[in-house]
Ligand binder design. Structure first.
Ligand code: ZN
Ligand code: ZN
Length: 308
């Protein structure tokens, strides 16, 4: 929690003290999604992304993919905190946008699916060249890239009463954890340690190989199916709650110890979701910044435009 940036903010008095539950796909998950996406960009989108990234990123989108997690508790960005996830009714195992996409006070569109649609719409202004001062397109790029990762983490579209598994305390092999954290981080860190000698590049290359020539090469074009960029996030969130019910919550109870069986059977889901997030983020950025005319006039009716 005490990153250098948030510590600085605390010193400046910008942070309202709290001990927030962790609600994000891990650093590693986000970085992998963004690295995979950046590798799949067409020239126009690659150019726009480099143009929008701040200098300190060195042209690397993944360097700032976790930025939205670092600022979500700052006073200025507190409104973004509900945008990382969706709470659905316990055991309903469905996502209904009009029912579920709101923040705790009921503000509509304030969830991860609404946020992706909103920041996508904002980024359309880049190609239109309208340079509308109302939008900070660098922030919009970072938010879109981050939330595309979050919406693919199945437990980010979880049940309301246990906060997407955060309240389901259990053990991961020998140490204490919770069900949400298992899906954010534990499975990824365990495979990195067990199968890749903690080498992130080797893990990423394996995922990229499976996208282009391996396990998922036949599925990749269907992952990219999307007629309307603003409604496709609903599809991704629906996939997530479906996976959360079938593979996340299924037969897991408070106090359980999860180990080899759970790890082995869930790892393929986690890796596929990271890969799908990357492929779909690239598809979004290629269409937002590319020459696909049909996306030029996306509807702009979502909330939070005025808060940046
Ligand atoms: Zn997040
Ligand atoms: Zn999370």
């Amino acid at each position: 929690m005490a990153s250098g940036a948030s510590l600085l903010a605390a010193v400046l008095g910008l942070v309202i003290a709290s001990a927030p539950v962790t609600r994000s796909w891990s650093t590693e998950g986000h970085m992998l999604t963004c690295q995979i996406a950046q590798g799949l960009l067409e020239p126009a989108a690659a150019h726009a992304v480099k143009n929008l990234l701040p200098e300190e990123a060195g042209g690397d989108l993944s360097a700032l993919c976790v930025w939205p997690d670092q600022v979500r508790h700052w006073y200025k960005y507190q409104w973004t905190s509900p945008l990382h996830f969706i709470d659905t009714p316990d055991n309903a195992c469905s996502f209904v946008y009009s029912r579920d996409c709101h923040d705790p006070s009921g503000s509509k569109d304030m969830c991860v699916a609404g946020a992706i649609a909103n920041f996508t719409s904002q980024l359309m202004h880049y190609k239109q060249g309208s340079a509308d001062r109302k939008y900070n397109l660098t922030e919009a790029l970072l938010f879109l890239s981050h939330f595309m990762g979050d919406v693919h983490q199945p437990m980010h579209v979880g049940f309301t009463s246990d906060q997407g598994g955060n309240a389901v305390n259990l053990r991961w092999f020998k140490h204490k954890s919770n069900l949400h954290h298992v899906w954010d981080r534990e499975i990824i860190l365990t495979t990195l340690a067990e199968n890749y000698g903690k080498d992130m590049d080797a893990f990423r290359k394996d995922l990229e190989h499976n996208i282009t020539k391996g396990t998922w090469s036949d599925d990749m074009s269907s992952w990219k199916d999307c007629t309307d960029l603003t409604s496709c996030p609903t599809k991704y969130a629906t996939e997530s709650i479906d996976l959360a019910c079938k593979w996340g919550y299924n037969s897991v109870h408070e106090g359980d110890t999860l180990s080899d069986d759970y790890f082995g059977s869930r790892l393929p889901i986690v890796t596929q979701r990271i890969a799908q997030g990357g492929v779909r983020l690239a598809m979004f950025l290629n269409r937002v910044f590319g020459k696909h005319k049909r996306d030029a006039a996306a509807p702009l009716h979502l909330a939070a435009d005025d808060e940046l």
